[in-house]
Design a protein around this ligand. Structure first.
Ligand code: PMV
Length: 355
């Protein structure tokens, strides 16, 4: 696929006024993306599970045709309330995708968005948010383009979402999604995510993700600042190499179905991600004391009970507990009895992955 294939082919055609709706899920990476180059291209391959329940629902209303000038004319609303603070990130996104979706400057439009999970929960909404918005734009394009095949549409949606937030390209379709070109994953690309193309053992097809909300505050360091700190990072090259090796290892684990190997790899990925943060200059720590309390309890529980469960972390303090269906009852008891005390407001979100 050539990126020119994503350029809007019918500049004379404008979509009709009206509402274009879409929803997109959140995702949780097993092998993490941290470090980028060029226009939102990843320095290493990553792979994520797509969550079932944590989603963003978005509606773009094309309100009025206008004479296109040098600006985008739009407002953003979260849960029905205008959110001027969201505009600059979206404006950056719109500028990046202008060559691919050029008709937006010909409209005055509104973006209405809501998350199925609490906005202040510390769960990244940028992946699901940018993915849902990209879907709306592709729906507009589809309404006026003939010959826009499903495959091209799916790729373009992921391609656009990536330009909003890198990990968003893993939230536009598929249940286990790979992003970043890798010799051992046929069809993989840095430009968009692809559905993992190989066999996956049943052990990994019905999984749970219980998100323990350790800290609901704003992150002190944004992901984009974190990615940039990978330039000139003393361990960057080794980290990119490690992640790419982990993709190869994970491919084999996903076939054999071994939980121990899976959790060893996934936990090491999470801690390596945070190790990069702690060893960048300036350095920073996103984990909180309660993040470590939870990790410690999970390790103790797994060792003493032999239950299949492990953790991963995003760029934040929250802990994602990953476990297969058969561990459900025991892990839920662990959460209720031992882990809720470490969560802010005793909050946890139970999500799942099924395919
Ligand atoms: O998509 P961004 O730029 O917010 O980066 C997110 C990166 C991590 O969530 C930390 C890891 C990942 O691969 O999702």
């Amino acid at each position: 696929m050539n990126i020119n294939d994503f350029i809007y082919q019918t500049p004379q055609l404008l979509p009709d006024l009206g509402s274009y709706k879409a929803e997109a899920p959140s995702n949780i990476a097993l092998v993490k993306y941290w470090g980028k180059y060029g226009e939102q291209l990843p320095k290493n391959t990553s792979i994520s599970y797509t969550l079932n329940k944590c989603k963003t629902e978005t509606k773009v209303n094309l309100v009025k045709r206008i004479e296109a000038d040098d600006h985008f004319h739009f407002n953003v609303y979260l849960d029905g309330k205008e959110k001027p603070s969201f505009k600059s990130k979206i404006e950056t996104f719109l500028k990046r995708i202008e060559v691919y979706i050029p008709f937006l400057k010909s409209f005055q439009f509104e973006i209405h968005t809501r998350n199925t999970f609490p906005h202040s929960s510390g769960i990244a909404s940028s992946a699901s948010g940018m993915a849902a918005l990209a879907k709306c734009f592709v729906a507009m394009e589809s309404s006026v383009s003939s010959g826009f095949t499903k495959a091209l549409k799916d790729q373009k949606t992921s391609f656009l979402a990536r330009l909003g937030s890198g990990s968003a390209c893993r939230s536009t379709g598929g249940k286990l999604v790979v992003w970043g070109s890798h010799d051992n994953i046929t069809g993989s690309s840095g430009f968009y995510g692809i559905d993992y193309p190989y066999e996956v053992h049943n052990n990994f097809r019905n999984f749970r993700d219980s998100i323990l909300l350790i800290d609901e505050g704003e992150k002190q360091v944004s992901s984009s600042v974190g990615h940039n700190l990978m330039h000139n990072h003393p361990f960057a090259e080794q980290r990119f190499h490690q992640a790419n090796e982990n993709i190869t290892k994970l491919r084999s684990i996903l076939t054999t179905g071994k939980f121990d190997d899976f959790f060893a790899l996934v936990e090491s990925e999470a801690l390596s991600l945070h190790a990069m943060m702690m060893t960048s200059m300036p350095y920073f720590i996103l984990m909180k004391p309660n993040t470590l309390e939870v990790i410690d309890k999970v390790w103790e529980f797994r060792k003493s009970k032999g239950v299949a469960v492990g953790f991963t972390l995003d760029a934040g303090a929250n802990v994602h507990l990953l476990y297969p269906e058969q561990s459900d009852a025991e892990v839920k008891t662990l959460i209720e009895e031992d882990l809720l005390q470490f969560c802010q407001g005793e909050k946890v979100i139970h999500d799942d992955i099924k395919f």
